[in-house]
Design a protein around this ligand. Structure first.
Ligand SMILES: Cc1ncc(COP(=O)(O)O)c(C=O)c1O
Length: 416
């Protein structure tokens, strides 16, 4: 809490005193210690890549670069950006509908592996390698049946989706790889493993271990079936954040203990197991702060309108949830700050309601009823000028938002 108060004081002391605050605050120390703990807990044959789509801010990448094993990119834009920000970091390239130019870019950047999403993509990669007279490494991203494993809120496999190759096409993929041209006696495209990412928002350790067990056994079956000795299995990301109850944190340490047992049980010690997590790495280090501009009563309910909204912070709208938050009352701030708020925002304090022990819906400045960050939330006290601090705003937040809608100014950003 002190850290956030200090960050808000820093931000407000730097800005136009007439402007109410709207900002993202990122706690890079928290990010580093969390990522470090994640990597340290992993069994020795596992590695952690960061799925940069969760939050590709340059400062975030710089903080993570010495800790994680590499970055995952899902577009040519991300590939360029990641390479530009951290040229030494290993990259992997996934995602459906890759352009031929993006595949070419990935080959030129010598990414560690391209995750192939379809037979067409595989043919294109072989053709590109032939044209460039070079080799490249691939994983086949597969969409397999979930075989009784419970789904999460966001399941992108085990059913018809645009993601991954259907198992019925695996023979054809193997034929393409077997029959491809060679360069210096070595096939152009080297199959180094399989890739699975079937679920996001996973909150349950046992269910995720069951998913890992399914991945491991499928990997082994295919290696046996096709006579392959593959060095790599990418098990995706997908560890979730419990936005409804953020104190309930996915127990990564016990997951890793269970994972080590599973690796031993299924004889996977000789295979590199790669995670590519996004949300679980960066969500908790981010805060989105809106200063309250207005409080009003409408058809029997209270609304607090903050400076900002879902055009900056689409996470609650995208996930259709009430985002966790806390209120920082003006009393929690320095005298300097309090004075500023009093003069700039609370001139009409006598006519503006101050809520105490009320339910209130927290909204932004957009002219759409969908601009809601949390519905009917209890507040002990809330006044114009107070700060609404939304926690767990470090992943799929600013970068997934419709930032240009209504041409509001961008939020400030502070990297602590
Ligand atoms: C292929 C792939 N890998 C990894 C991730 C990261 O997932 P998460 O942020 O849930 O860990 C995603 C997210 O969409 C993805 O599509």
């Amino acid at each position: 809490m002190d850290k956030i108060i200090n960050a808000i004081s820093t931000l407000t002391s730097q800005q136009d005193p007439h402007a109410p605050l709207c900002a993202y605050i990122y706690d890079l120390e928290q990010l580093k210690s969390h990522a470090n703990a994640m990597v340290k807990a992993l069994p020795s044959n596992c590695e952690l890549y960061y799925a940069a789509k969760a939050n590709p801010e340059a400062e975030v990448l710089a903080a993570l670069a010495p800790i994680v094993h590499g970055f995952e990119a899902a577009s040519g834009g991300e590939l360029n950006w990641l390479h530009q920000c951290q040229p030494q970091m290993p990259l992997i390239f996934g995602g459906p509908g890759k352009l031929i130019s993006e595949l070419s870019q990935a080959i030129d950047l010598k990414v560690d592996a391209i995750h192939v999403e379809s037979l067409t993509e595989l043919r294109r990669i072989i053709a590109l390698c032939l044209q460039k007279q070079c080799h490249c490494r691939i994983l086949l991203r597969m969409n397999i049946a979930l075989e009784g494993i419970a789904e999460t809120r966001l399941t992108m496999g085990g059913k018809p989706t645009p993601f991954g190759i259907d198992v019925s096409e695996l023979d054809a993929a193997m034929d393409l790889l077997r029959d491809q041209p060679k360069l210096s006696g070595i096939p152009l495209v080297e199959l180094v493993g399989f890739h699975f990412h079937l679920m996001s928002h996973q909150l349950d350790v046992e269910r995720h271990l069951a998913l890992m067990a399914l991945y491991f056994s499928t990997f082994k079956t295919w290696c046996h079936q096709y006579g392959l000795r593959l060095p790599l299995l990418n098990v995706g990301g997908g560890i979730g954040i419990n936005y409804a109850d953020p104190q309930q944190v996915f127990d990564w340490s016990s997951f890793c203990v269970g994972l080590a047992h599973l690796i031993a049980e299924l004889n996977m010690e000789d295979v590199k197991i790669r995670f590519e997590c996004g949300r679980f790495v960066s969500a908790a280090m981010g805060y989105y702060v809106m200063q309250v501009l207005d409080i009003k009563h409408n058809h029997g309910q209270w609304f607090a309108i903050g400076h900002g909204g879902t055009h900056h912070f689409r996470t609650p709208a995208a996930q259709d949830h009430n985002h966790p938050f806390f209120v920082l009352n003006q009393d929690g701030l320095s005298a300097h700050k309090r004075q500023r708020v009093d003069t700039e925002l609370a001139l009409d304090a006598s006519i503006t309601p101050v809520l105490s022990n009320q339910l209130v819906t927290l909204v932004g400045q957009l002219c759409t009823p969908k601009d809601v960050l949390a519905k009917q939330q209890y507040v002990k006290s809330l006044a114009v000028g107070d700060y609404l601090v939304f926690t767990h705003a470090g992943a799929y937040a600013w970068n997934i938002s419709h930032q240009h809608f209504l041409m509001h100014a961008a939020p400030r950003r502070l990297f602590m």
